[in-house]
Design a protein. Structure first.
Length: 211
């Protein structure tokens, strides 16, 4: 697998995760509906900042592991791939629905940014998920880790901006699409779950079986 193919796999996984309705998406939508587009974009910026922090510690963790304990890199890759596949199967079996979007209860754009950042950073599953993702795509055999990590962090922020920023710009339509439309959200989750399973199998095959 080439580095370009590796990035495409990362983007596929990334988009599949971000597009699944969850806390971040509902927070952006609530701000957009309650206080307008600018507040929704401020919330999006906070979530993006939190995502950059997650990207940083994920990259640092992989870098330290690759330099200090390289013998553990492949076991972590396998464990991370299995964890990603398990999440994918869980999504495929789940029935994701959005019953309602309440008011954001935000007084300023700065508060929307801050709460978006805090919400993202306080999600314990995000830390475990990042530790599972980064060993799959941040590989020493592709060269220096720092440029790879910077590109992955930029891709994460850009994808969040497109998805959540798009929600902020089209809040009314997004609300009608998500709220009470169980079929749409369930199928989004199932498709994203299938993508996770497929990507995890490909990355484990490339990183372990063909190594």
């Amino acid at each position: 697998m080439t580095y370009t193919e590796n990035l495409w796999l990362f983007f596929t996984l990334l988009f599949g995760i971000i597009v699944v309705p969850g806390m971040d998406m509902i927070f952006v939508l609530a701000n957009s509906l309650s206080r307008g587009r600018a507040s929704g974009l401020a919330a999006t910026s906070g979530i993006m900042a939190g995502g950059l922090v997650h990207s940083l510690y994920g990259a640092l963790g992989v870098g330290l592991l690759a330099s200090l304990m390289p013998v553990l890199f492949k076991p972590l890759l396998i464990a991370g791939g299995l964890y990603m596949a398990w999440i994918g199967v869980t999504l495929m079996r789940s029935t994701i629905t959005v019953d309602h979007v309440g008011p954001a209860n935000i007084r300023s754009h700065w508060e929307a940014f801050r709460r978006g950042l805090v919400t993202c950073l306080m999600n314990p599953k995000a830390y475990l998920f990042m530790l599972a993702i980064y060993p799959q795509f941040l590989r020493p055999d592709f060269g220096a880790l720092a440029p790879q990590a910077a590109i992955m962090a930029a891709m994460t922020a850009a994808t969040q901006l497109v998805v959540y920023g798009g929600l902020a710009f089209a809040a009314g339509r997004a609300r009608s699409l998500l709220v009470g439309n169980a079929a749409v959200t369930i199928w989004v989750g199932r498709i994203a779950g299938l993508l996770l399973v497929m990507v995890s199998l490909v990355t484990m095959w490339e990183g372990v079986v063909k190594a």
